[in-house]
Design a protein around this ligand. Structure first.
Ligand SMILES: Nc1ncnc2c1ncn2[C@@H]1O[C@H](COP(=O)(O)OP(=O)(O)OP(=O)(O)O)[C@@H](O)[C@H]1O
Length: 452
């Protein structure tokens, strides 16, 4: 049975039917008729916990609506009933409903996605690379044979590197394969809060039933916070022992290895280390590019390669920041309809990109001369030797790109006229698109110059 089936209906709220009718009306008034074609095929079932449960004809329908309309629905519903933060679905097999009244379902063949699991966090949307290969493979192994492979699995690493994503992917995968599996996902802080509340309200029997008897998969995020809570640790230890003894899967995440978690009891530390410990490292440059490309594809954003490289070069800390940059770029692109170019990205992301060193034309000439092993003077001469001409054009291109100098200003530093600079810039822009070696050289020079 799922968690929903145990809880009593939420008192003092309008019925599911009333909330649903008002929600559809609000959506209609906003003119979102395309959405109604889908939404009107769902039926309000009930209000449970903080969710409005909607009946859907099948899982495909559910997934589609969930992908496209979940956030819109949740926003509208929360506006009408602030205590309702979620929608949930149940597949209802039976004759299609014909009136405005909620139909009586004949068979319920599906349960709700377990509380707090975000359907966005799946293995499909996770980019696997060198920096996260081991934890990703281990998480998949657990998802395929929960409780048998790597128990417990302990995933650790810095902030924003994808620990929660992997943890939730395990839960989502298991639930999608077998909705009868009882999956409990929560952070160690939420575990602590539930524990404290249960003690206060004398509901420890319920608490233990939930975590020890009615749990097939326990997924706990940010286990390090347990270090500060002696009493909760004790409770967690017995929870762990019970589940482990029953071969139930346990996956934990943390920002440090068990030995480093301050205040963590030794017996817990040693149990955490019993299964597999796998760390997620900071993404390499290539991984950052791959993540950006995959996320752009998911967002339906056409992200040219040079722009992906540009962001990956400047946003290095973690995946969360990469994602933030992409979301901002995508939003500004759809608002302004401007093409997604490096220049557009540098304008839009100005406030989140690390402060750039200011470079001037002279610094660029020096760096380019060193790079191509020529002299600065040669860059300013008229000699047309092929390699020298290329170095000169590159220096002009970078001067235009990395400084605020106008074409005539740049021309004067190279003793040329401005039309020469314009054609040099165009030529290098073209080469950058078509010639991988030139692209690589330019990226390297830009990194050295600390600009973009
Ligand atoms: N390898 C990856 N592929 C795709 N998306 C990723 C990857 N790694 C991280 N992300 C995305 O980056 C964001 C941050 O990841 P997540 O919340 O899982 O980080 P975390 O390690 O749990 O951070 P914290 O310790 O701060 O809670 C999420 O939106 C997640 O989807």
């Amino acid at each position: 049975m799922n968690a929903l089936a145990h809880s009593a209906p939420t008192p003092s709220l309008p019925s599911a039917g009333v909330i649903w009718t008002r929600t559809l009306e609000a959506i209609r008034q906003e003119g979102l008729h395309y959405a109604l074609t889908w939404l009107e095929r769902m039926r309000p079932m009930e209000v449970r916990e903080n969710a409005l449960v909607l009946g859907v004809p099948d899982r495909f329908f559910r997934d589609w609506v969930d992908d496209h309309y979940r956030s819109m629905l949740e926003t509208h519903i929360a506006r009408l009933e602030p205590s309702l933060g979620r929608v949930a679905y149940e597949v209802v097999v039976g004759p299609p409903p014909s009136s405005d009244l909620p139909p009586t379902p004949t068979v319920k063949v599906n349960s709700l996605r377990p509380a707090r699991l975000n359907p966005r966090f799946t293995f499909d949307t996770y980019v696997v690379a060198d920096s996260n290969q081991l934890p990703a493979a281990a998480a998949q192994a657990v998802a395929h044979r929960p409780g048998h492979n790597y128990n417990p699995l302990y995933i650790y690493g810095g902030t924003g590197l994808g620990k929660t994503h992997l943890l939730q992917a395990v839960g989502n995968h298991i639930w999608e394969k077998d909705p009868t599996q009882r999956i409990v996902y929560l952070s160690s802080e939420q575990f602590t809060n539930e524990y404290v509340e249960s003690v206060r309200e004398h509901r420890m029997t319920d608490f233990r039933r939930k975590f020890r008897e009615e749990c097939d998969v326990l997924l706990i995020d940010d286990i390090q916070f347990l270090g500060k809570r002696e009493e909760t640790q004790k409770e967690f230890f017995y929870t762990f022992e019970t589940l482990f003894g029953l071969n139930k899967a346990i996956v934990l995440t943390s920002d440090m290895v068990p030995a480093e978690v301050p205040g963590m009891e030794d017996r817990l530390r040693s149990r955490f280390a019993m299964g597999l410990m796998a760390d997620i490292r900071e993404p390499t440059y290539e991984t950052r590019v791959a993540i950006l490309q995959k996320k752009a594809e998911q967002e339906g954003l056409d992200l040219p390669d040079p722009v992906a490289h540009f962001i990956a070069k400047h946003v290095q800390k973690n995946v969360r920041e990469l994602e933030g940059a992409l979301v901002k770029l995508s939003a500004m692109h759809s608002l302004t309809k401007q093409p997604v170019t490096e220049e557009f990205a540098s304008q839009v992301l100005r406030d989140i990109l690390p402060a750039q060193r200011t470079v001037d034309v002279e610094a660029i000439q020096r760096e380019v001369a060193r790079f191509y092993k020529v002299t600065v003077e040669a860059l300013k001469e008229d000699r047309r030797h092929k390699a020298l001409a290329h170095a000169r054009q590159v220096a002009m291109y970078l001067s235009r790109k990395l400084t605020k100098s106008s074409f005539p200003e740049i021309a004067s530093r190279f003793n040329k006229d401005h039309s020469t600079v314009i054609s040099a810039v165009r030529k290098v822009e073209g080469l950058r698109e078509t010639d991988a070696a030139v692209h690589r050289d330019l990226s390297e020079l830009e990194t050295k110059l600390g600009g973009m």
